[in-house]
Write a protein that binds this ligand. Structure first.
Ligand code: ZN
Length: 65
């Protein structure tokens, strides 16, 4: 194994880690709840687990997830 092999292995490992950490679906946080519009969500996409579940269910029904 030479240096190039090691570099390629590390690169593919980093990619797989990045993919595994990626949120499964949906947009980035926008500063408000994507479901009800509540602005007190910090760095989250929804204000509550209920809103997240409702949003995900609707997006799936709409065929967007
Ligand atoms: Zn909400």
């Amino acid at each position: 194994m030479d240096v190039v092999d090691v570099a390629q292995q590390e690169e593919s490992h980093a990619l797989s880690v990045a993919l595994s950490k990626r949120k499964p679906t949906g947009p980035l946080p926008r500063g408000y709840c994507l479901e009800c519009g509540d602005e007190d969500v910090g760095n989250s996409r929804w204000c509550s687990a209920k809103c997240a579940a409702d949003w995900e269910r609707r997006e799936k029904q709409a065929g967007r997830l």
